[in-house]
Design a protein around this ligand. Structure first.
Ligand code: ADP
Ligand code: MG
Length: 320
């Protein structure tokens, strides 16, 4: 352990060690899903998740307007409630800010945060405020709820299930690439950048999916399906085959990729932060789905992920 660096262990290696050390109590779903699921005597389960956004790692202060950062900070957290099929109820916002930050920056941040969290009925109930030597650090904790034992976990996919997503993949990664490479912002490029900065958590879709019998495993797409689907495979002890030509790619992303010579399939499979839902369901349940969806593959009894070779997702400690 002494000589092992985090880059060798990887983000998920580290989380695995934390998980081994801290076991969840009986009946509680702890580390390993989009939210913790805590049963209440009321017959409802409480959902809790937290996510951090660090300047220089998740955003560049000069690139993202503060309104959009506020929106996104709320959105990525609400998305984890959506991923369980729950309804968001409250958020807590903690910020570490450099003393020379203009006050107007925080006002715009809060407008974006309020806009998104109020749209989904999540009240801001607390947080923490502190000084940071230079970088802006934002941490949001979110609470939600669902009827007992209805939360959709990552561990309940079964062989033979269809693998589906609720919307187009790769737009957010395309938008980020356009920002980083300074691509000229026509309407298509702007649409991708908007999807990167203003993701809409699929809360209503998650609620409907959780109410549909035969919908088994569910999670949100934050790191890219190449990485996120592996979590469903690991947790469910099953395998999957993904059909890359079936990955839904927006017309805007297709046009921008053609023009820039980018690989749209690689962005769709390996790019993160789309915040669509990834779920599995029985072939019979497909008729009953009342959300937009695209079938991208199938769960298999044999382990391993086939079809996405070489198109992996994001790991915070791994070097590219
Ligand atoms: P998501 O992308 O859905 O936010 P992550 O990939 O960040 O999920 O985390 C995976 C799981 O590991 C989650 O259940 C999360 O709560 C847990 N986790 C991540 N970091 C820590 C940590 N430092 N301590 C305890 N649990 C953690
Ligand atoms: Mg998640």
């Amino acid at each position: 352990m002494a000589a092992t660096r985090l880059a060798d262990l990887g983000e998920f290696g580290l989380i695995g060690r934390i998980r081994e050390r801290f076991r969840a109590p009986e009946g509680v779903t702890g580390i390993g899903d989009d939210c913790a699921v805590i049963p209440q005597r009321s017959g409802r389960d409480t959902l809790v998740s937290t996510d951090m956004l660090i300047e220089g790692t998740h955003f560049l202060r000069g690139d993202i307007p503060p309104y959009r950062l506020g929106w996104k900070s709320a959105a990525v957290n609400l998305s984890d409630i959506a991923a369980m099929g729950g309804r968001p109820t409250a958020t807590f916002l903690s910020v570490a800010l450099p003393a020379d930050l203009e006050a107007g920056w925080m006002e715009a941040f809060l407008r974006g945060y309020a806009e998104l969290s109020e749209r989904f009925g999540a009240a801001l109930l607390g947080g923490d405020t502190t000084a940071s030597p230079d970088r802006i650090c934002i941490n949001v904790a979110v609470l939600g709820e669902c009827p007992s034992r209805t939360a959709r976990l990552r561990s309940t996919a079964r062989p033979g299930d269809l693998i589906c997503v609720t919307g187009c993949l790769g737009d957010s990664a395309g938008g980020l690439k356009a920002i980083l490479e300074g691509v000229e912002r026509d309407a298509d490029v702007q649409a991708l950048i908007d999807r990167h900065y203003l993701p809409l958590p699929r809360v209503e879709e998650g609620l409907r999916l959780a109410a549909t019998p035969g919908v088994h495993a569910m999670m949100d797409i934050s790191d890219g399906i190449g990485s996120d689907l592996l979590h469903i495979l690991d947790a469910s002890g099953a395998g999957a085959v993904v059909d890359v030509p079936s990955l839904p790619i927006s017309a805007a992303l297709q046009r921008v990729c053609r023009r820039q010579g980018w690989d749209a399939a690689a962005l769709a499979a390996g790019g993160g932060e789309d915040y669509e839902l990834l779920f599995t369901c029985t072939p019979e349940a497909e008729q009953a789905l009342d959300v937009p969806y695209f079938v991208i593959g199938e769960m298999t009894a044999q382990g391993g992920l086939q079809g996405l070779e070489g198109l992996s997702g994001f790991d915070h400690f791994r070097k590219p």
